[in-house]
Design a protein around this ligand. Structure first.
Ligand SMILES: [Mg+2]
Length: 364
């Protein structure tokens, strides 16, 4: 019937451990396999919305899958209205809080709901949201962990050869001079025309971050990401005062309320919400509004498939982070052309499961 939302009939979740082409060692631990909770939201008329949640650790995979499954009881039979669903889940989680697994589960459902809604309209998500399929500047984040200068040089060249003009280098070696040596070696290998983002994954103290940002100034870095504990907004603001390189933050903000607190503290020059932790598509749209209000450049964190749609409708869009970590279970590849990535011109997000691969990597 015109004007009526489809009804959600079934919510399903499954877990896979997908192999990573380049396992990633960071200043805060290593990721060697991608633990993914796959979400499917059935809405009748053959429409199924799909999304995934990256669970970071294998020990978080089964609990996330189980939590999503349990939330089915709250949303099956409800109308496919993603904003209303998101607000309902937030209200239902007030007593346990919406961060960590509760936010990841809610956001996975939100992303699947928006995918389903876009499919009901036969539109790519970006077009449903009023945008177009603009090619977005993207950086290759598939590697360049804490691997030493020699390997970093080889990997940096490989990442550029995959069609990118920007790459991300993880720093946070025990000795500050090694950070500088690695950054200088990578800069010499790729040349001055390649943008180099760096990420400390929260591993420094405030004084260390101040010192290292000064020592790195001549390597021409695009940004320094999460130099100190991610929720130490005052500490980040202190680092920012002395750093001449932009301070990047945001992937560990749970919802726009965290983001607002970080902005109030003056913690960052630029921001990169995680499509899941910020609250899915619904949360991202609110984050994009906050960023627009203060002219804050917004990049994405992981989730390139949905982020390509979201950045297309973000007024202050900056860089898309490109990782291929979900690729082993997807049929469609998000391609980089001349350092740019565009969302595919298909209904929804463009996530189509490779069921044979899922069977191979499935975990109970
Ligand atoms: Mg990071």
């Amino acid at each position: 019937m015109p004007g009526q939302s489809p009804t959600i009939t079934k919510l399903r979740a499954r877990g896979v451990l997908a192999p990573m082409k380049r396992p990633l060692a960071t200043g805060s631990g290593s990721v060697t396999q991608a633990p993914l909770a796959l979400v499917d939201l059935e809405c009748g008329d053959g429409i199924t919305g799909s999304a995934y949640v990256f669970c970071f650790h294998s020990f978080a995979l089964a609990p996330t899958v189980r939590l999503i499954q349990e939330l089915g009881a709250l949303i099956e039979g409800e109308a496919l209205s993603p904003v209303a669903l998101s607000d309902m889940l937030r209200a239902r989680m007030r007593l346990i809080g919406q961060q960590g697994l509760t936010m990841m589960a809610s956001a996975g459902i939100d992303m699947a709901a928006w995918d389903a809604l876009a499919k009901t309209q036969g539109l790519p998500l970006a077009r449903l949201l009023g945008g177009d399929l603009t090619p977005l500047p993207a950086y290759n984040s598939n590697g360049l962990g804490i691997i030493g200068a020699d390997r970093a040089v080889d990997e940096a060249r490989e990442l550029v050869e995959e069609g990118f003009s920007a790459i991300k280098l993880r720093l946070g070696y025990p000795d500050a001079r090694t950070d500088v040596a690695v950054a200088e070696a990578v800069r010499a290998a790729v040349g001055d025309d390649i943008a180099i983002m760096t990420d400390y994954n929260q591993c420094l103290t405030v004084p260390e971050a101040e010192t290292r940002s000064r020592m790195l100034i001549d390597t021409g870095l695009e940004w320094i990401e999460e130099p100190v504990r991610c929720d130490d907004y005052a500490g980040c603001a202190q680092v920012r005062k002395t750093a001449l390189t932009p301070i990047q933050l945001g992937e560990n903000c749970w919802g726009v309320h965290d983001m607002q607190k970080a902005l109030d503290a003056g913690a960052a020059d630029i921001f990169m919400p995680d499509a899941c932790k910020i609250g899915g598509v619904t949360g991202w749209l609110r984050a994009a509004g906050l960023a627009d209000g203060c002219g804050l450049p917004l990049s994405s964190h992981l989730y390139p498939e949905v982020s390509a749609h979201l950045l297309a409708v973000t007024p202050t869009r900056h860089w898309l982070e490109y990782v291929d970590w979900a690729q082993p279970v997807l049929k469609r590849t998000l391609l980089a052309v001349d350092g740019h990535v565009a969302a595919p011109d298909v209904p929804g997000i463009g996530i189509e499961w490779d069921e044979d691969a899922i069977a191979r990597y499935a975990v109970d």
